[in-house]
Design a protein around this ligand. Structure first.
Ligand code: NAP
Length: 425
C-alpha cells in the first residue's frame, strides 16, 4: 500500500470529525483510495487544550512553518475557518504544490477566484465539498453527476440554524427569541448568531453553488440577503392558514441569461419537498434541463457529516492522481445578476391600519396604480388600536411592489407595513 502524508489545519469540530473518520474507517478508505493516509501534522492555536480526542501530542503544532516546510506532506486539509491567516496558508500550500481540501465557505465565496487561479497555475487541486451543506454531496453533484445538464434553478435550505429556529416556530408556536435560545442551548446556534440568522452564511454557500452551476464568477455583494429576525409567530400562523410554510431559502435562477441570486424568508406550499425539511437538516432542490427536478437531503453540519465530505475530498484527490485543478475558470463567464427590483415574485404583505371605511379600497387603488395585482385580501379581527390586513399578490415586479408599499405607508390610516415575505410556488 502506498503512503500519503497529509496535514490538518485545525482540530475543532470538523478537524475532530476528520480524525475520527480516518481512525474508524481507515481500512476501507485505504482500499478505496489506494493509499494509507497518515496525518503527519495538525495546526492548532493551543497545543495544550483538552480536545476530547486521542491525538498524539507530537502531531500538534502552532507553527504553520512545520507544515509548509515539510515536503513529504502532499495534502493540506484546511478546517480552521476564517480568512486571515487561512488565505495565506492555502496560497502558500498551493505554491508548494500541495493539494488542498477545505471546508471554508467564507473563503471560497469571497476569495475563490484568486485561489482557483493559483491552483490552476500550480497544477494542483482544491476540493471544497464540505463548504456547502456539510455532508450532502451537492458540489460534486453539480460538478460531476449533473454535468450533462444546463442547471436552470437551485433552491436550498442551506443553513441548519435558521431551519431549526423556523421549525420550532412552525411546529411549537414559539416566537423567534425563544426558538433562537433553544437552538443555542442545543448547540445549533452560536453565541453570536448573526451570520446565520441574518443570512450571511447561506449567502456564501449560495454564491459557491451558483458559480459552479452557472459557470460564472459571483461577487458575494451581488447576492441579495435578508435574514429571519423579522419573522413573527403571526406570519407563520397566517402562512399555515394559506397552506404555506416559511423557510429561509437560498435561490439561484437563470432567467433568460440573467441570474437571480437571493437569500430570504420564503413561503412555500406545504406540499413542496423543501417544506418538509425540518430541524437542522439541509436540502438542495435542483432543476436541470435533462434530469428535471431532484433534491439532495441530509445533515448540513456537525463533526461527522462535515468530516465525511472532507475525507471524501481527500479520497478524490488521491484517486485523481493529481491531474491538476478540478475547477477550470477558463470557460467561466461573468453573468449579470438582476437587481431585486427587477425580480418577479408573489408577495405576502401584512400591515396594520386604522379600521375605518374606505381604507381597504384606497390600498387596492394604490396597488393597482403601481401595476400590482392582488390575489387575496383578508382582514383579521381588530386587536387593540389597529386592524391587521394580510394580502397576497399575484406575480409582480418587486420594484412595483416596493413603490406601492412606500405610497401606502404615507396614507394616514396606515400604521405600518409589518412584514413582506416572498412566495415561491
Ligand atoms: N462546524 C461545522 O459543522 C461546519 C460545517 C461545514 C463547514 N464548516 C467549516 O469548517 C471550518 C471549521 O469549522 P469548525 O466548526 O471545525 O471550527 P472550530 O471548531 O472553531 O475549530 C477551528 C480549529 O482551527 C484552529 N485554528 C483557528 N484559527 C487558527 C489559527 N489562526 N492558527 C492555528 N489554528 C487555528 C483552532 O485551534 P484551537 O482548537 O487551538 O483553538 C481549532 O482547532 C470553518 O471554515 C467552517 O465554516 C464547519
Amino acid at each position: 500500500m502506498k503512503k500519503v502524508r497529509i496535514a490538518l489545519l485545525g482540530l475543532g469540530n470538523v478537524g475532530k470529525g476528520v480524525w475520527n473518520i480516518l481512525q474508524k474507517n481507515g481500512g476501507e478508505i485505504a482500499q478505496r483510495s489506494g493509499y494509507d493516509i497518515e496525518i503527519a501534522k495538525i495546526l492548532v492555536r493551543d497545543v495544550n487544550k483538552d480536545r476530547g480526542v486521542k491525538v498524539p501530542k507530537e502531531l500538534l503544532t502552532n507553527d504553520f512553518d512545520d507544515i509548509i516546510s515539510d515536503d513529504s506532506i502532499e495534502i493540506v486539509v484546511e478546517v480552521m475557518g476564517g480568512i486571515d491567516p487561512t488565505m495565506e496558508y492555502i496560497l502558500r500550500s498551493v505554491r508548494k504544490k500541495k493539494n488542498v481540501v477545505t471546508a471554508n465557505k467564507m473563503l471560497i465565496a469571497t476569495h475563490g477566484k484568486e485561489i482557483f487561479r493559483e491552483v490552476e497555475e500550480n497544477g494542483v487541486s482544491i476540493n471544497f465539498e464540505a463548504s456547502v451543506a456539510g455532508g450532502i454531496p451537492v458540489i460534486n453533484g453539480i460538478n460531476e453527476n449533473l454535468a450533462a445538464n444546463k442547471i436552470e434553478e437551485i433552491k436550498g435550505i442551506i443553513n441548519g440554524t435558521t431551519n431549526y429556529i423556523l421549525t420550532k416556530m412552525t411546529q411549537d408556536g414559539m416566537d423567534f427569541d425563544a426558538a433562537l435560545q433553544e437552538a443555542q442551548e442545543k448547540g445549533y446556534a452560536e453565541a453570536d448568531p448573526t451570520s446565520d440568522v441574518e443570512g450571511f452564511d447561506a449567502a456564501y454557500k449560495l454564491a459557491i453553488l451558483a458559480a459552479l452551476a452557472f459557470e460564472t464568477e459571483v461577487d458575494i455583494n451581488n447576492v441579495y440577503k435578508e435574514g429571519i429576525t423579522n419573522i413573527k409567530a403571526m406570519d407563520i400562523e397566517y402562512a399555515k392558514e394559506m397552506g404555506y410554510v416559511v423557510k429561509l431559502l437560498a435561490i439561484a435562477k437563470d432567467v433568460d441569461g440573467k441570474l437571480e441570486l437571493r437569500v430570504h424568508p420564503t413561503m412555500i406550499p406545504s406540499i413542496h419537498p423543501l417544506a418538509n425539511v425540518n430541524d437542522a437538516f439541509n436540502a438542495v432542490f435542483i432543476k436541470g434541463n435533462a434530469v428535471g427536478e431532484l433534491m439532495l437531503y441530509g445533515r448540513g453540519a456537525g463533526e461527522l457529516p462535515t468530516g465525511s465530505a472532507v475525507v471524501g475530498d481527500i479520497i478524490s484527490v488521491l484517486r485523481s492522481e493529481r491531474e491538476g485543478s478540478n475547477i477550470s475558470l477558463s470557460h467561466y463567464t461573468d453573468k449579470k445578476v438582476s437587481r431585486m427590483e427587477a425580480v418577479e415574485a408573489e408577495y405576502y404583505i401584512r400591515m396594520t391600519l386604522v379600521d375605518k371605511p374606505g381604507v381597504l379600497g384606497r390600498i387596492a387603488t394604490k396597488l393597482g396604480e403601481n401595476n400590482v395585482s392582488i390575489y387575496s385580501f383578508i382582514q383579521k379581527p381588530v386587536k387593540g388600536d389597529f386592524a391587521t390586513v394580510v394580502l397576497v399578490t399575484h406575480k409582480n415586479l418587486e420594484g412595483n411592489v416596493k413603490k406601492a408599499l412606500k405610497e401606502i405607508c404615507e396614507m394616514d390610516a396606515i400604521n405600518k407595513v409589518e412584514n413582506v415575505i416572498r412566495i415561491e410556488q
